[in-house]
Ligand binder design. Structure first.
Ligand code: FAD
Length: 553
């Protein structure tokens, strides 16, 4: 049944008018002249179409809210990312206060329940249901199911819903329409589509004012990590290199854009995977994930920074990186069962092994391969690692060495990454495990003892990266630091690191297992044919808490 209250996605400047909805009385018999702006991602004031529309809506009161969903807690979201989220909420609250005389009301509970109460009675924010509920569209399956449920509740209460596109460069529906309903699965295809769509819309300025909060509304402050169940945080948490929030994100983006030479010459495969202080890529991913910065603002910032001078091109350029991001959202939106092997036409059904011990060694950075271990420990400590380090560890866990399922690796990334993003994470795990149409050739396996000039672009002959994240190897001579088991015993003793005692022996013999794995991969069945249009998806993984499947954020 078509819901009369859901309005189409809206994206300036090609603004689609929201359907006119008669303000029906809710169950209480009246509606309050107020709007609720529900922040989820898009945790920013800049280029925020929903905020701009709220400012123009003509309502008397505006309640900017965020709902802390218990679905995402310590079990599924690592402490670094949760801290990033809380910092982003604090920053949004501070910006709303400082620039717009408003504030963020942080409610807690299942969004369908919290919003259900607001839509039915206005409580705990208003004396009656609001006239309008607004949000930025989110294409993740969990979010789609949640939003459909809330839209139904709004319809029942007679509250108008308006949704907006703000997370991507393009409106995904427009992009799919132009591409005949299919998501591009190659970078040339994505670039062609971007050309056909034209430049993404210009970002929107922060409105100069918004309707005030209703008088007497309670504070609903941002909770602490401890309140959210993150205990014993002290000591366990990593270096705080990337603070959350729009202010930090915009400062980071501005600093990068200011370096016009860096922007013009950016070539992803040439960026160094071991650079950590500072990293060699922008580290805008956590800010883009939560929408603390706008992809469109970044896109147009790149154009300005380049200023018409000679520059690198997609796929290696920064514009190209944004197209990879765009492609992931289109893939995630159209490929059935994108987040699993079963029923996923973009996944070759490889019969992976299941070894809890191997997965644990990989996750904890105890495989005995220092480059792999440094990357996995950086992931745990900091919540971010370079794209090529992600390549190395993902290949190692799956087709390269340990022959474990990409879904298991994906889940670890999903928990620990600051930038964990349902569509992007799945697209890249499908790629690196070799199973997707957009995978590199499965027989091209990364060596876990990389040469300095290999495609992993390590360029760290002294092993500074390893010394930083694997302190057991801090005193190992450079000659042996990537393969410490090859060091003579007296060298190991001198370095205070005996392999097998202070640091693990290699978990596998790479030369032997990688060969065997390539042979196994070759023999595995092909991906199933794509299902007919309109084929049913399995229920989104995040919607089945009872099954023990991990929800994703
Ligand atoms: P930059 O090189 O500065 O790129 C700018 C932006 O472009 C990034 O912030 C990101 O939003 C986008 N981007 C860059 N590379 C990609 C890519 N390959 N695919 C899609 N978008 C891209 N990225 C995530 O944001 N979330 C994830 O959950 C995620 N999981 C990954 C899992 C694996 C196995 C691999 C191999 C890659 C994954 N990536 C993921 C992609 C990529 O590694 C990161 O986006 C990038 O390293 C982030 O660092 P950056 O912001 O400095 O990137």
């Amino acid at each position: 049944k078509r819901t009369p209250v859901a309005s189409p996605a809206e994206m300036p400047p090609k603004r689609k008018a929201a359907p006119k909805v008669a303000a029906k009385a809710g169950s209480s018999g009246r509606l309050q002249d107020a709007a609720v702006l529900w922040f989820r991602k898009g945790l920013r004031l800049d280029d925020n179409p929903a905020l701009v529309a709220a400012a123009k809506s003509g309502v008397r009161h505006l309640c900017p809210i965020f709902v802390i969903d218990p679905h995402f807690g310590p079990k599924h979201v690592g402490v670094n990312r949760y801290r990033f989220l809380l910092e982003s909420l604090s920053d949004l609250d501070a910006q709303l206060r400082k620039r717009l005389g408003s504030r963020l009301l942080v409610l807690r509970g299942k969004p369908e329940t919290v919003l259900g109460d607001i839509l039915r009675s206005g409580k705990p924010l208003l004396g009656a249901p609001p006239r309008l509920l607004m949000w930025e569209r989110d294409t993740e399956p969990y979010a789609q199911a949640r939003d459909a449920a809330v839209a139904k509740l709004a319809e029942k209460a007679g509250v108008e819903v308006q949704t907006f596109v703000g997370h991507t460069l393009y409106d995904p529906d427009d992009a799919l329409k132009v591409n005949k309903g299919k998501a591009p699965s190659t970078m040339p295809g994505m670039v062609t589509l971007a050309k056909a769509l034209g430049e993404p819309p210009q970002p929107l300025a922060v409105p100069s004012k918004v309707p005030p909060l209703p008088a007497g509304v309670k504070p609903f402050p941002v909770p602490t990590l401890k309140e959210m169940g993150y205990r014993d945080v002290g000591g366990k948490i990593g270096t705080h290199a990337f603070p959350g929030g729009e202010t930090a994100g915009l400062a980071r983006m501005a600093a990068r854009l200011k370096d016009t030479e860096y922007i013009r010459t950016f070539e992803k495969p040439k960026t160094r995977s071991t650079a950590f202080d500072p990293p060699s890529t922008t580290v805008l991913s956590p800010y883009l994930k939560f929408g603390c910065v706008s992809a469109r603002r970044f896109f147009h910032g790149l154009k300005k920074s380049i200023g018409g001078k000679k520059h690198t091109q997609p796929p290696g350029s920064l514009e190209g990186q944004l197209y990879f991001r765009e492609m992931a959202y289109l893939q995630g939106l159209t490929v059935p069962n994108f987040d699993r092997a079963k029923g996923n036409p973009a996944c070759r059904p490889v019969p992976w092994d299941k070894s809890a011990a191997k997965l644990k060694a990989w996750e904890e950075g105890k495989t005995g391969f220092p480059f792999i271990d440094a990357a996995m420990r950086q992931l745990k400590q900091v919540g971010w690692l370079h794209h090529l380090a992600r390549h190395a560890v993902a290949c190692f866990l799956t087709r390269g060495d340990l022959w474990q399922s990409w879904e298991d690796g994906r889940d670890v990334f999903d928990r620990l990454l600051l930038d964990a993003d349902w569509a992007i994470n799945n697209m890249n795990w499908l790629a690196l495990s070799g199973v997707a149409p957009w995978s590199p050739p499965f027989f091209r396996v990364y060596h876990p003892v990389p040469k300095m000039d290999s495609a992993l672009n390590v360029q760290d002959p002294e092993g500074e990266y390893i010394r930083q994240y694997v302190p057991e190897l801090r005193d190992m001579p450079a000659k042996y630091i990537y393969a410490p088991w090859t060091a003579p015993l007296d060298v190991q003793k001198e370095a205070k690191c005996i392999v097998g005692k202070d640091y693990p022996k290699p978990i596998v013999e790479h030369e032997r297992v990688s060969k065997a794995n390539i042979a196994r991969f070759k023999k595995s069945p092909r991906a199933p044919p794509a299902p007919a249009a309109g084929a049913k998806r399995l229920a989104p993984a995040g919607d089945q808490p009872a099954s023990g499947k991990r929800p994703r954020r």
